[in-house]
Design a protein around this ligand. Structure first.
Ligand code: NAP
Length: 306
């Protein structure tokens, strides 16, 4: 029986790991499908306090990982397939094996959303992606597009201007949702061409099955047209990773875990931190903050049990 298991190794999970490890709880930390979380798919993080010149996302994560290990956190790779609470014990089926723990911190983050167009799954890796940092460098001197109008879409578009000949920013409305500073930067960039009121309809491929264009429909005039691009970067937000916990822990309409006073969830001994429970802020620093809060809540709860 573990004292505490932390699911997820993004900012929330790693901060919870640092705090619970320093409290001598020797947490077991499970790395999921994307070890290190969303920061591993970004470049420069400019708004995490303490790094006036910015710090690369993967490096920030690596440092948090090392910090947690230094205090005795144990890391293991594994996907949580099932969850149940039986006689007050939290049980997780991880890669076919049941793990038991007194306290559980869910910090499984959120995953990129897709448009839901035909052939979408098959096209990933053939000119369709949700990660500019991962795939941008493959598309040098060719036109590409980003779909979305939030901070992520703007950030991706900027990053892609390093490689692509042109970056279309395809947005379904005529104004961006992104913050003021990002909006101004994006609209001032000559390499980025906004395509307003444009709803993606389908992906078009060449004879080799690689992306050649995206078809969009003008939401005002109804006109349909093709935009020739070698890659489509989808940046339309995220869905919380609550799979094995759905129906067992209270979630809101958007699927995010509901926190009940601090980081407590609807189940005794189960705490939630970071993007899996945060539809509002979704920042690295807020995820770290809630990871810290979950660690303190879990530690207090364990003490109460004794
Ligand atoms: P977001 O703010 O939710 O924006 C998603 C965008 O995708 C919106 O513009 C939305 O259009 C569009 N969209 C959603 N579904 C669509 C669909 N089916 N078809 C076409 N377009 C669709 O998501 P985000 O940009 O990932 O940002 C999430 C949070 O992280 C925000 O709080 C943001 O500030 C934060 N963030 C911060 C930074 C930073 O500070 N450096 C960087 C990235 C993200 P509508 O506008 O019409 O709804």
């Amino acid at each position: 029986m573990e004292n505490i298991i932390i699911v997820g190794t993004g900012c929330a999970g790693l901060t919870a790991a640092i705090y619970t490890a320093r409290a001598n709880l020797a947490p077991l930390v499970l790395e999921g499908k994307l070890p290190g979380g969303q920061l591993t798919t970004t470049t420069l993080v400019e708004n995490f306090p303490g790094f006036p010149e910015g710090i690369d996302g993967p490096e920030l994560i690596m440092r948090m990982h090392q910090q947690a290990e230094r205090f005795g956190a144990r890391f293991d790779y594994g996907i949580v397939e099932q969850f149940e609470q039986r006689d007050g014990v939290n049980r997780l089926l991880v890669d076919g094996k049941w793990l038991e723990t007194k306290a559980l911190i869910i910090a499984s983050g959120a995953s990129a959303r897709w448009l839901g167009l035909e052939r979408e799954k098959d096209l990933v890796g053939h000119g369709l992606t949700s990660c500019a940092t991962c795939d941008g460098a493959f598309y040098r001197n060719v036109p590409v597009c980003v779909v979305g109008g939030g901070d992520s879409a703007c950030e991706e578009a900027h990053f892609l201007t390093r490689f692509a000949s042109k970056v279309y920013l395809i947005h379904r409305r005529d104004s961006l949702r992104a913050s003021k500073i990002m909006t101004e930067r994006t609209l001032a960039d000559k390499k980025i061409q906004p395509v307003w009121n444009a709803a993606p309809v389908r992906y078009l491929t060449d004879e080799e099955g690689e992306m050649r264009a995206i078809e969009v429909k003008d939401t005002v005039t109804g006109e349909v047209r093709e935009i020739g691009v070698k890659c489509v970067f989808v940046a339309i937000g995220h869905t919380p990773n609550t799979g094995p916990f759905q129906g067992k822990i209270e979630c809101n309409a958007g699927g995010y875990i509901v926190q009940k006073g601090g980081t407590r969830t609807s189940l005794e001994g189960v705490f939630a931190a970071g993007d899996v429970a945060d539809p509002v802020y979704r920042q690295a620093i807020t995820a770290s903050g809630s990871g810290c809060a979950a660690a303190l809540d879990a530690e207090r709860w364990l003490t109460e049990q004794e």
